[in-house]
Structure formats: C-alpha cells, structure tokens
Design a protein around this ligand. Structure first.
Ligand code: GLN
Length: 293
C-alpha cells in the first residue's frame, strides 16, 4: 500500500453489491491473504445481513449508508486489524464466538488442541478438565460442548478476557463451564484435573519481526512468551503435576520451532507417553504428556 493512498477507498455512489465486492477485494489485495472473503464478510457486516444475502443481491444497488460503513471497515482491515476484531465474531469448532481487543482471535490451528484433548477425554465420564488462559473461551467451550458430562474450568489472568469467555459460554447455552481469574494455576488452587489444556503465549521476543502485522492489534499478554517464547510453557509444565490426577494428561499448543524444547520440559517434569502432533499446515503444534505416577 502506498503511503499516499487514502485510508478508505472511494466507492462510487449507487454501486451494486458485485462492484463493491470487487472494489473492496482489490483494496485489500496488499493487506490480506483472503481479500475477497474479507470484502464479503465486511460488506455483509455493513449491511447487517448474512454473507449469503450478498449472492442474492449481486446486482442490487447498496444503500449509501451501508456503502459508507463498508468503506470505513475496509480502511480498518487495510491497516491490518484482524477481521474477527472488526466484525466482532469468529467461528471456531463450528461455534460462533465473540472476539474483542482483549482476547486473542481463535486460530484454526488451535482446533488441533481441541481434537487432541478430546482423544484423552472419554465421552461418557464426568471428568474435570481445565483450559488455562482461555481468552475468548474457544478451547474450553469447544470441549464443554463436545463433552457435556465434563466439568470444564476456564482460567485467565485478564478479567476482560474472562468476561468475553463467560458471555460466549452463556450465548451458547453451556452450563458445564466455570470461570476462574488468576495467573495460571493460581486460578485453580486445590483442583485436581483429569486433563489440562492450554494455548499459552509462546512467541519469542526475536520472533515479533517475522509475525503478521495484525498481531499488533491483539493483546500482547496472550502472545508474548518472553525471551525464548517458553516462559509460560515452563511455568505450566512445572506446576501441572500438582494439579493432575494420576494418569491425567497435559496438552499444550506451542510454536512450530518449540516441539523439542516442550518435549524436554515435559520429560524433565516427569511426564511419560510424550508426543507431538502437526497442524494442517504440517507444523508441529501440539504436544502432550501423561502424568502416570
Ligand atoms: N499462533 C499464534 C500466532 O503465531 C500465537 C498464539 C499464541 O501465542 N498462543 O499467530
């Protein structure tokens, strides 16, 4: 994007849906990996209609007020603000979740953490499961919806994030999740869990320059894992045994370069049956270990 380019695109007044989508998609070409999809979601949001509505009205003129809102939304997206933050929602595990600037935007690769955790939670057992650093509640909510007999405990250090997670659980009618505020296990004093999952912050200080510019809009608290990115993972792994039942599992999402280090930490803490799974992009992304003593 050239520095001279204005913040919002000039959209011809009286333009139809199709023209606005084409113009929007061109406008976002440099700032998004999915410019057409983003343009569609932003125009649908400006119109307050579902995306499918656009295809029923491709040649209809878009009302001026909606076109203006759309131009402003395109401007925000062109500045790299994550789409989910602009429209305020994101789909995760086929559930619609509210997202704010206080929460990390749920990522598709985090669905792998849910998938792996579900392998360790039998469908018919009323177990206790914890999700540490829940953010929007994505992981806790997905597990709670798949395992209605389980009690899911979701924690976060940020009260604002926890409020969003609570709203998401309520909106989805889930009553098997409880919310606990605090720093990692400080939020779960006296609890013993069958399974602990977490997508903690894990970006290393020197990795910031290679990350997506959109990350600057998300809470640093949810992303930054200190000098080597492992500061929080280290704390979770070392404290987890005191909160796991015998035979319980700890599952962690981590950076694509961190699998060996996370496996070492698990081994040093006394975990067994340690393994790592790759995400859909083929990157080692989730490691697990069993507390078998
Ligand atoms: N997967 C995120 C990213 O690199 C990081 C999430 C996290 O730190 N937990 O964009």
């Amino acid at each position: 994007m050239s520095a001279k380019r204005s913040l919002t695109p000039d959209l011809a007044s009286g333009a139809c849906t199709d023209e606005l989508l084409n113009a929007g998609s061109r406008w976002l070409d440099m700032s998004s990996e999915s410019p057409r999809l983003d343009a569609e979601l932003l125009l649908a949001h400006a119109l307050d209609k579902p995306r499918s509505y656009l295809y029923q009205t491709l040649s209809a003129a878009v009302p001026a007020a909606a076109a203006e809102r759309y131009a402003a939304l395109l401007g925000e997206r062109a500045s790299h603000r994550p789409l989910a933050q602009i429209i305020g929602t994101r789909e995760f595990w086929s559930l619609s979740l509210k997202v704010t600037t206080d929460t990390l935007v749920p990522r598709p690769e985090t669905e792998l953490l849910v998938e792996q955790a579900l392998r360790r939670i039998p469908p018919d057992m009323p177990q206790a499961v914890a999700d540490l650093g829940t953010g929007t509640g994505a992981v806790a909510i997905a597990i709670a919806s798949e395992r209605p007999r389980c009690r899911v405990l979701a924690t976060d250090l940020s009260p604002a994030a926890l409020a969003v997670a609570r709203q998401n659980a309520l909106a989805l009618g889930l009553d098997n999740i409880s919310f606990h505020s605090g720093d990692w296990f400080a939020a779960l004093q006296g609890e013993r869990l069958a399974v602990i999952v977490s997508n903690p912050p894990y970006i290393a200080d020197d990795e910031w320059c290679e990350t997506d510019p959109g990350l600057g809009f998300e809470p640093r608290l949810a992303l930054s894992g200190g000098a080597d990115g492992l500061a929080d993972i280290r704390r979770i792994v070392s404290a987890a045994p005191a909160h796991l039942e015998s035979g319980g599992w700890l599952l962690l999402e981590h950076g694509f370069r961190q699998a060996a280090a996370v496996q070492d930490l698990l081994r040093q803490a006394g975990f067994g049956s340690i393994s790592t799974c790759a995400d859909l992009a083929g990157q080692p992304r989730v490691s697990e270990g069993q507390w078998a003593t």
